[in-house]
Design a protein around this ligand. Structure first.
Ligand code: ATP
Ligand code: MG
Length: 450
């Protein structure tokens, strides 16, 4: 993309309404525009990152054997009356009446609808296991929408639902989700720690929240510092293997890590003092096993191997797709702006022409632009007629992890500069070397999708 042809309305001044850094930087970088409290337009740069996050989620769900579909945002109130949640959900549910005075709602989640789909089409245990998911806009009429996309009213969520014959199978689905989430967050450049969460009215131990440590997080968290040394990395997991998925769950959940909702002071004190940590965290996902709560209420049964009908075992599993942009920025920025991890960056590299209109720098930039694209990467070429300082400030603000700077003096010696946004380090090299270096940097990111 050429910056002169792009739409990226960056702001010079800090917007007053933003209380936290991610909200401020998303507004300043021209990624979002608020349209009403907790409701945003996704401007091109923000939309690109949102799509990158969705792509990673889709790829990792496919790897785990989960099946993508799409359910609507508007739902019929009658479905929610079957589960009893239409009355229980309270003021967070946006209720709508259509012209025929029928009650609709803007879905805050989809357990009822997916259970309805299941009961309409699945009859036998032979069709199990089955996990269906979608990435769809949700609406929750939060009492205090704030912090930009972190706590919106309209927000994008990946929500998946597993259907299994037995409790053991459903727990395997739970573990499979845990594994796939660990991999997904790491690909986004995040460490998201699974923490034992509150089972709420359903009870039980089978729910974990994934938290990204950040000072601005809304949850208070308590953990054993050893947990932050764990990395999922690029290990190959057979998602059908009960043992392998169980082993990952045990590895990542056996150390103390809880939110204030489930915190147990006595257990926490049992950790050696130097490893005890209290911090704040952002919830970027949650997985849940809830058994037959919805299948019993809504008559979602299958014929088992013995010929009798049993309610299907279920769980639900969510990722806060739009919230993740805020969480990533909270975890990765400096005083100049955002620092995107390579896995989600809106453009892979910024090309800065220090002397726009100069025949040699222009043609060197055009050549770099073409060669970077030929690698399957997406460059942003700053072809504005602007001072170097202004171009650098824009690149730093929008946080592209790599920048190639092309100036007449360097070019005379066949040199450009490759700069890392994270370290600020610049290295001089030939344009060909810069392209080769980008190829090396992004190869693992491209391979992670395979
Ligand atoms: P919270 O406790 O933060 O209100 P939740 O526990 O009610 O969230 P879930 O039902 O677990 O949310 O939804 C799955 C994921 O969706 C959450 O982990 C979070 O990342 C995201 N999410 C929930 N509410 C919002 C919101 N208002 N704005 C943006 N993302 C949200
Ligand atoms: Mg939650």
């Amino acid at each position: 993309m050429r910056l002169t042809r792009y739409f990226m309305p960056v702001l010079k001044e800090d917007p007053k309404e933003a209380q936290i850094v991610s909200h401020r930087l998303m507004l300043r970088a021209g990624m979002i525009k608020q349209q009403a409290a907790g409701i945003y337009s996704w401007l091109p740069l923000g939309f690109k990152v949102l799509n990158n996050i969705q792509r990673i989620v889709h790829e990792e769900q496919a790897r785990a054997g989960h099946i993508a579909m799409l359910m609507p945002t508007l739902q019929s109130a009658d479905l929610w009356r079957e589960s009893g949640r239409y009355d229980d959900y309270g003021e967070e549910m946006l209720r709508i009446k259509d012209r025929h005075k029928r009650d609709l709602l803007y879905g805050p989640t989809n357990e009822e609808m997916v259970t309805d789909i299941f009961r309409s089409h699945v009859n036998s245990y032979k069709d199990l296991p089955l996990t269906l998911y979608h990435i769809q806009w949700k609406f929750r009429d939060e009492i205090r929408p704030r912090f930009g996309v972190m706590r919106g009213r309209e927000f994008l969520m990946k929500d998946g639902y597993n259907f299994d014959l037995t409790r053991a199978d459903a727990l395997h689905a739970y573990n499979r989700h845990l594994v796939s989430y660990l991999r997904s967050y790491e690909r986004m450049g995040l460490q998201a720690i699974p923490m034992r969460a509150d089972g709420g009215p359903i009870g039980g131990d089978y729910t974990h929240e994934f938290l990204v440590l950040a000072e601005t997080g809304e949850s208070e968290v308590f953990y054993d510092s050893e947990i932050t040394d764990l990395k999922f990395g690029d290990r190959q997991i057979d998602y059908d293997s009960v043992e392998q998925c169980q082993a990952v769950l045990e590895e990542f959940t056996s150390r103390y890590a809880r939110t204030d909702e489930t915190h147990d002071a006595a257990l926490f004190e049992a950790i050696p003092e130097e490893r005890r940590r209290t911090a704040r965290g952002i919830e970027v996902g949650q997985i849940f096993y809830f058994g037959t709560k919805y299948s019993e209420a809504m008559g979602a049964t299958v014929v088992g191997p013995d010929g009798s009908r049993t309610p299907v075992e279920m769980g639900s599993h969510g990722i806060g797709v739009s919230r993740l942009l805020g969480a990533i920025i909270e975890a990765s920025h400096d005083d100049k702006g955002i620092i995107w991890p390579e896995g989600v960056t809106p453009f892979h590299v910024g090309i800065v022409n220090l002397k726009q209109g100069d025949a040699s720098t222009d043609s060197a930039c055009e050549a770099l632009y073409r060669e970077v694209k030929a690698l399957g990467l997406d460059p942003l070429y700053d072809d504005r007629d602007e001072r170097a300082g202004a171009k650098f400030a824009t690149m730093d603000l929008i946080g592209l992890p790599w920048r190639i700077t092309v100036g007449p003096r360097g070019l005379a010696a066949n040199k450009v500069e490759l700069t890392s946004r994270r370290t600020g380090q610049s290295v001089e090299m030939s344009p060909q070397e810069a392209v080769a270096r980008l190829h090396e940097i992004y190869k693992p990111v491209q391979d992670a999708a395979l």
